[in-house]
Ligand binder design. Structure first.
Ligand SMILES: [Zn+2]
Ligand SMILES: [Zn+2]
Length: 337
């Protein structure tokens, strides 16, 4: 079968690989669509701490059951909770296996869904509702990241929100925050295409190349500052800004993965009594609810998908992502083509 294989830093290839043979408890899936995300970009760049070549990428996918298992019939479309926990560490023993100290994932530590077929333990699968489009199902995983961030923040009805970074996770977080009742959502970035999309989705775009973020927040909140900041950019300037724009008593939720330590105004956190909370992936239950959420938000989610590539022609996907003139937001790979 064909698969998109990470073969070493800055290198991926479409390879002909062996068809996976399901182990006991696993079912074989015929892949339909699979998203490409920031983690895949990190793996491709060669800086991911765990991913080792050769590796079939992909952890955001929707597939079709090839042969019936114990719970799923043949032909049933499914999405997979992709996280594997050790079961023995403190978080695993105390009900938080998604922050397992040895957390592993499909598509990072073992073969993923950017292939024609993938074998997955049946207990990791969730049924896709019959009336849900595959394109929306492929966004269930990244939407679960946004869902967790919103729940970690304890966002309240009519809260005012700033989302730093208008990449897929930033935009999905803004959408989830609005769905959860946020009244006003500012979204900042430096990319004009992403900002235009943020505006088209009904958010207040802040173009950091020309606008002053603090000023824009002051204007939008009558000088109060926002109730919740979602840091989804992962760059130093965002870490600097996040404490400045939160109102006293506000919350900062960190979803982005800062690869290196960066300066943060801790004085703001103390003086304004800010709450700084991390958010990592999602629980199984949040992943399950993300399916329902995706269905409710389908129309907006559709607009975040800016390109679909056939698997057979996907070897240049990371070149596309790196090319600023292409200006993609979410790219899906059609594993049937
Ligand atoms: Zn991802
Ligand atoms: Zn563990």
């Amino acid at each position: 079968m064909k698969a998109l294989v990470y073969t070493g830093p800055k290198s991926v290839e479409i390879r002909d690989t062996a068809l996976p043979r399901p182990k006991p408890g696993e079912v074989l899936l015929k892949m339909q669509l699979c998203g490409v995300c920031g983690t895949d970009i990190g793996i491709h760049s060669g800086t991911h701490p765990r991913a080792a070549a050769p590796l079939i990428l992909g952890h955001e996918f929707v597939g079709e059951v090839v042969e019936a298992g114990a719970r799923f019939a043949r032909g049933q479309r499914v999405v997979a909770y992709p996280l594997l926990s050790c079961g023995a560490c403190h978080p695993c023993r105390t009900g938080s296996p998604h922050v397992c100290t040895g957390l592993r994932s499909i598509g990072i530590d073992q073969a993923g869904g950017l292939a024609e077929y993938l074998s997955v333990p049946e207990d990791m699968l969730f049924a896709v509702p019959e009336d849900m489009d595959n394109r929306i199902a492929a966004l269930v995983e990244p939407l679960a990241v946004a869902l967790r961030a919103v729940e970690q923040s304890r966002l309240g009805l009519a809260d005012r929100v700033a989302v730093l970074g208008a990449g897929p996770i930033g935009l999905l977080t803004a959408l989830a925050a609005r769905q959860a009742g946020a009244a006003e959502v500012l979204v900042s970035d430096i990319d004009p295409v992403r900002l235009a999309l943020a505006g088209a989705l009904g958010f207040r775009p802040v173009d950091l190349r020309q606008d002053d973020l603090s000023e824009q927040v002051q204007t939008a909140t009558d000088g109060d500052g926002v109730d919740v900041v979602f840091e989804c950019a992962g760059v130093g300037p965002a870490a600097r800004d996040m404490t400045r724009i939160a109102r006293p008593g506000g919350t900062i939720c960190l979803t982005s993965l800062h690869k290196a330590p960066c300066p943060v105004a801790l004085l703001d956190i103390a003086f304004k009594e800010l709450r700084l909370i991390g958010s990592r992936v999602y629980t199984r239950e949040q992943f399950r609810r993300s399916i329902t959420l995706a269905q409710a938000m389908a129309e907006d989610l559709e607009r975040v998908i800016t390109r679909t590539l056939p698997l057979s022609g996907s070897a240049h996907v990371f070149d596309l992502i790196a090319a600023p003139e292409e200006a993609d937001v979410k790219i899906l790979i059609d594993c049937t083509a």
